[in-house]
Design a protein around this ligand. Structure first.
Ligand SMILES: Cc1ncc(COP(=O)(O)O)c(C=O)c1O
Length: 434
């Protein structure tokens, strides 16, 4: 084992050489150095604002739903490591990937029968788009190669996903002129519990009908738009999309990368609407936050359509496709989730977030407070001062990562009531000081 780096050396090397998400080079913010993590706590290599460890309010960006260093997931990883950590997926197969695919087919909406294992959420969206375009190409309709989505969305950082992120004010606005030109509907009206707005439903139907000849698919995040603004909408709009897509011969893709595996209170957010898509992406919590893996599922009609084409194969095959380690941990993570009363746990966290975040409504500068499942959001009426807000949360012993006008949390499902309350105090402090 190499000599451990001191936190100061580590930070200096980090600053000189390491690019962080959405960051400049060299970095302008001092990242906290995490030494280890277990349960819901991140242990710091040196104290920050008087804290040696922080309760994780972010689940490492929606992924670590069981918390860190979980004995069951550790065991799954170790067991698989002793057999093989990786083997190519072309011409070979193995039990972890096959088990995982079968499990995903079992737990996702019934028409989804086929699974493409990808190495990140963004890649799974690329694959979903490729599936849809190729489906229509194979059907002799090559002009159907655009996508429709609603504004306010986020689908990842590679090229096709970027083209369906919100083109204005979103993270990828810089690339508007260079990206494929997609069709954008207005943002869905806010409010999970709201009745669908007839005028907005009409707007969706009209746009889909108008562009049907050039549309391969509609792609949306169902019920919760995550990194595009942490907005919730009525599940009713998903039914509108399903009906309009069926009526006009357009495929429907649900990106459940953030919402999947219980986060919104249903195992998959599509269940709130009782509709199933033609193609669906899952990722993030798939491996319980242990390893990078995502999956694109599709119906038999989509798979057979592609296979009937002039090029009857889906030409995509990442080197680490179906990685056995990630697959084994994903199987263990899904079993761990489904082997407990996860719905009750999400309801418990939801109640804790509602209680604890109620105090935020009265704070100056707070525009909206909303909670759905294990997601709590405080929206400000101004751009958050990320450094000040983060500092305020750390002082409360909590890790948060605010962005734009949002201070938000999606804690691990194993977060106890006291820690949920602590996270809420930190969100309020961040909203006050940010
Ligand atoms: C809805 C949604 N789609 C896609 C992605 C991209 O996933 P990844 O970061 O694993 O590439 C994200 C990530 O935040 C997401 O929230």
């Amino acid at each position: 084992m190499p000599e451990p780096l001191s936190p100061a050396d580590l930070r200096a090397l980090d600053r000189a050489h390491v690019w962080h998400p959405y960051g400049p080079m060299p970095g302008r913010q001092e990242p906290l150095v995490v030494e280890s993590a277990s349960g819901v706590r991140l242990r710091l290599a040196e104290p920050a604002h008087g804290q040696n460890e922080l309760v994780d309010g972010m689940s490492s960006w929606w992924s670590a739903v069981h918390g860190y260093n979980h004995p069951v997931l550790n065991e799954a990883a170790r067991g698989q490591l002793d057999r093989m950590s990786h083997v190519m997926f072309g011409g070979l197969t193995h039990e972890p990937a096959v088990r995982l695919a079968a499990r995903l087919v079992e737990i996702t909406p019934e028409p989804l029968q086929h699974v493409f294992l990808a190495d990140s959420g963004s890649v799974s969206v690329e694959v979903a788009v490729k599936m849809c375009l190729q489906y229509w190409r194979s059907a002799g309709r090559p002009a159907k190669q655009r996508l429709l989505t609603w504004r306010g969305g986020y689908h990842g950082d590679t090229w096709q996903p970027m083209s369906v992120c919100d083109p204005e004010g979103g993270m990828h606005e810089l690339w508007s002129g260079a990206l494929p030109q997609q069709v954008f509907a207005d943002e869905p009206p806010a409010g999970f519990g709201m009745e669908p707005d007839a005028a907005y439903a009409g707007h969706l139907r009209e746009l889909i009908a108008h562009h049907a000849d050039e549309l391969a698919a509609v792609i949306v995040e169902p019920v919760v738009q995550g990194a595009g603004g942490m907005r919730f909408h009525s599940p009713g709009y998903l039914r509108v999309l399903r009906e309009a897509c069926d009526a006009h011969g357009v495929l429907l893709v649900f990106d459940e990368i953030a919402t999947g595996f219980g986060r919104t209170g249903k195992l998959f957010a599509a269940e709130h609407a009782g509709v199933s898509p033609d193609v669906m992406c899952v990722g993030k919590a798939l491996t319980g936050g242990y390893l990078t893996m995502a999956a694109t599922l599709c119906t038999t009609a989509v798979a057979e359509g592609i296979s009937r084409g002039e090029v009857p194969v889906l030409a995509h095959g990442p080197t680490f496709m179906g990685n056995p380690l990630a697959s084994a941990v994903a199987c263990a993570s899904v079993d761990l989730l489904l082997g407990q009363d996860w719905e009750q746990e999400i309801k418990r966290i939801e109640a804790g977030l509602r209680d604890g975040l109620a105090a935020a409504s009265g704070l100056p500068g707070v525009r909206d407070v909303r909670v759905l499942g294990a997601i709590g959001v405080v929206q400000l009426d101004h751009e958050v001062d990320m450094a000040a807000a983060t500092r305020a949360a750390v002082r409360e012993g909590v890790w948060l990562r605010p962005f734009r006008d949002l201070v938000y949390t999606m804690p691990p499902y194993v977060t106890g009531d006291d820690d949920v309350a602590r996270i809420c105090r930190a969100v309020c402090a961040a909203a006050r000081e940010g």
